[in-house]
Design a protein around this ligand. Structure first.
Ligand code: NAP
Ligand code: SF4
Length: 675
């Protein structure tokens, strides 16, 4: 039986056939720049072996000025070609196909030599770009063609020309960035001349029977972006110029509308790709927030595209397609679209990995071999740290028992999943449940494990997590004060006016939870599009609704506070913090920093400002919610040590500050790999 008939159907490209409709989309992992080519090969070969029909690499610079940052990888020398050949050979040996993305960043290049259509500076880079002269333009075209020819020499099955996301080619297409008055600017015909010239040059350089994908921005989400008529015109010209496939790009990097974050509804932009279907005769790929085989199947069955692109889901699980084929979709480790270990790492100059799968990009470093001796292992705490330890340890052959005092596994993930926009956490908890059962781990819920329960195990792992920090504010024991646990876990009643003490990840989550009136817009595409002001690019340039964002009225009046005298939300994720700040702003949340908490009484929260406690005032509210951080729960670890048993302490029980699921899962998996 074929489980996903559309998703798993082959795609005949004439000169070659893709074995299914799943493209592993391009991601910058940072591996190529480190120069460990065995590691690069291992990363891609694992995804090829796992069934992706075609892999697109992270963006390779066609030249120095087009690199995303100084030193960005590209095919510049014979040595580079040989290194890439080692990767393509391994992918082919694993039964896959791989295309190299050619990425010219234009004004997004993080370096002083960046170039663009005109003298402009992007809002997301400190470096102003220089507008190219005729000679400079011809050089860029030639460099694209050379990169494509070298990719062919390196054994790639194709190239993807990156023409979306606001990068170089996109910058020529729209008046937002192209202010030229010569033959490369002005009319749309002139503005699209460069992308089309690049496509022609690339096709000429590689000859026929070589996959050339053009990634086309179908909805720019920036002012003066393309109309959909222009998108169609470009798509037709790109086809004529020799493209084999058109892939979808959604939104420029500088767009202030989220396009891939977890709060974006699944498959939120496939309707845009669908508008192009039937307008060109080559296959069209759709993209963004497709993260399960079911979603991919529905998208294809609904005629939105010929193929789906998934990128981050292949970090979370290299065997995505194989598991789908084998009817084991519930075993696919879900990408929860958090960006915490992939894009946030990329933008922080670190190697990408995955919160759910710490082996991603660490395939040669974090290896789960069968254990030499099988042990009896007790794990206390069924949060992400304990669960990931349990699964890896059991898979290595150990006999594992997990204890948790609550009635369900998942720990703090069960609070996160209550927050509007974090619905993906439900799937993560479900996945843990599946994998725990499959691994044969014994789970003892509603069980407060004590020293006597643990003393006979060979190894004891304490993953008891955290408890809320006591902020010691006079009046915090009053009836109008609750903690984030009361709100998110126990659904404690909360009044119409709320003050939240603490603006970390949890303070922001609680503010989003308390201001959301009806159903989460993440669960309703129309509501979500209206909330962020996205409309049909057929009716408004760039797909920006002329009336702007239309958020729903907030359910409550919320004030979010912190003691630090700095902008709130600075510590949130690099690529997602702005979304949380924008969401709360749309909900009218007042953000107040630099306060001292004086006391809480029936009037509300009394605060003052600065070291000399000036400007005393009351934040009038019905409920105060404490989100003042967390401290390690080491009580059981201490009791064991007192009895001469030395446990392994992981996750929040080990270090509470800056605890997140990424660190907990990584630490647990690494410990289990060595038990
Ligand atoms: P947190 O990020 O450490 O924030 C704690 C907040 O409490 C801060 O705003 C801090 O600000 C305040 N605070 C600290 N000590 C205080 C005290 N004695 N009295 C009053 N206020 C105090 O912790 P969290 O919000 O509990 O989050 C826990 C972890 O979960 C974090 O590492 C976070 O990254 C993670 N998390 C992440 C996400 C996400 O979306 N990625 C979501 C939820 C949680 P001041 O010291 O300035 O007052
Ligand atoms: Fe997906 Fe988060 Fe993993 Fe990135 S870190 S691949 S967004 S689950």
């Amino acid at each position: 039986m074929t489980h996903y008939p559309h998703l798993l159907a082959p795609l005949d490209l004439g000169f070659t056939t893709l074995k299914n409709r799943v493209l592993m989309g391009s991601m910058h992992t940072g591996l190529e720049e480190r120069g460990d080519w065995n590691r690069v090969a291992e990363f891609y070969a694992a995804r090829a072996a796992g069934g992706a029909a075609l892999i697109v690499t992270g963006g390779m610079a066609p030249n120095e000025e087009g690199g995303v940052f100084p030193g960005a990888a590209g095919l510049f020398s014979d040595e580079d070609i040989a290194n890439h050949k080692s990767v393509t050979d391994r992918v082919h040996a694993a039964g896959g196909k791989i295309a190299m993305q050619i990425l010219h960043a234009g004004r997004y290049a993080y370096g002083p030599n960046c170039v663009s259509a005109s003298d402009t500076k992007s809002p997301i880079s400190p470096f102003p770009a220089k507008g190219l002269d005729e000679e400079g333009i011809q050089k860029q075209i030639a460099d694209f063609a050379t990169a494509a020819a070298r990719a062919k020499e390196a054994g790639y099955d194709g190239v993807e020309v990156m023409g979306s996301e606001g990068y170089f080619l996109n910058q020529f297409l729209v008046t937002h960035t192209n202010k030229r008055e010569d033959g490369w600017g002005g009319s749309y015909e002139n503005r699209m001349r460069l992308p089309v010239a690049v496509m022609k040059a690339v096709r000429e350089a590689v000859g026929p029977d070589f996959i050339v994908i053009y990634r086309l921005s179908m909805i720019d989400l920036v002012p003066n972006g393309s109309t959909f008529d222009e998108v169609v015109t470009l798509a037709k010209e790109v086809e004529k110029a020799g493209a084999t496939i058109i892939n979808t790009g959604i939104g420029w990097h500088e767009a202030r509308i989220p396009t891939i974050a977890t709060s974006v509804p699944r498959a939120a932009f496939t309707w845009v790709t669908k508008k192009l279907m039937g307008q060109v005769s080559i296959p069209v790929i759709t993209s963004n927030r497709i993260n399960t085989p079911e979603v991919g199947e529905d998208v294809l069955a609904g005629g939105a595209a010929d193929m789906v692109s998934m990128a981050r889901p292949f970090l979370a699980d290299p065997d995505f397609v194989e598991k789908a084929e084998e009817g084991r979709a519930n075993e696919i480790a879900p990408c929860i679209a958090c960006n915490q270990a992939c894009l946030d790492h990329t933008f922080g100059g670190k190697i990408s990995t995955c919160l759910v799968n710490p082996q991603a990009c660490y395939e040669t470093d974090l290896v789960y071999n069968p254990a030499d001796t099988f042990k009896n292992i007790a794990i206390v705490g069924a949060g992400p740290a304990g669960l990931s330890t349990a699964i890896v340890a059991a898979d290595r052959g150990h006999n594992v028992t997990v204890f948790d005092r609550t009635a369900e596994i998942g720990g703090q993930l069960n609070m996160a999943k209550q927050v509007p926009g974090k619905e993906e956490f439900w799937g993560l908890v479900d996945w843990y449940r599946t994998m725990i059962a499959k691994s044969g781990v014994t789970v003892k819920l509603n069980t407060e494990a004590g020293v006597d329960d643990l003393k006979d195990f060979d190894e004891v792992i304490i993953a008891t997590g955290v408890t809320p920090r006591d902020p010691g504010i006079p009046g915090q024991d009053g009836p109008n004060v609750v903690s984030y646990i009361d709100v998110l876990r126990h659904k404690a009643p909360v009044g119409a006016r709320v003050a939240i003490i603490g603006a970390g990840g949890i303070g922001f989550d609680v503010a989003e939870f308390l201001t959301q009136a009806g159903d989460s817009p993440t669960e309703n595409l129309e509501d979500w599009l209206a909330e962020w002001g996205v409309t049909d690019p057929g009716t408004a340039r760039g797909g920006l609704a002329p009336e702007g964002p239309k958020p729903e009225a907030p359910a409550r009046q919320v004030t979010l506070l912190q003691r630090k005298a700095q902008a709130l939300g600075k510590g949130l994720g690099k690529t997602t913090g702005w979304i949380h700040r924008a969401t709360l702003k749309m909900k009218g949340v007042e953000m107040v920093g630099g306060v001292n908490y004086e006391k809480i009484d029936a009037e509300g929260l009394h605060v003052s400002t600065g070291e000399t406690r000036e400007d005393p005032r009351v934040i009038a509210c019905d409920t105060v919610v404490l989100c003042a951080g967390q401290v390690s729960d080491r009580s059981l670890a201490d009791a064991l040590e007192a009895e001469g048993i030395t446990p392994h302490v992981i996750g929040g029980a080990d270090v509470a500050s800056e605890l997140d699921a990424k660190r907990a899962i990584n630490q647990g998996s690494r410990l289990a790999a060595n038990l």
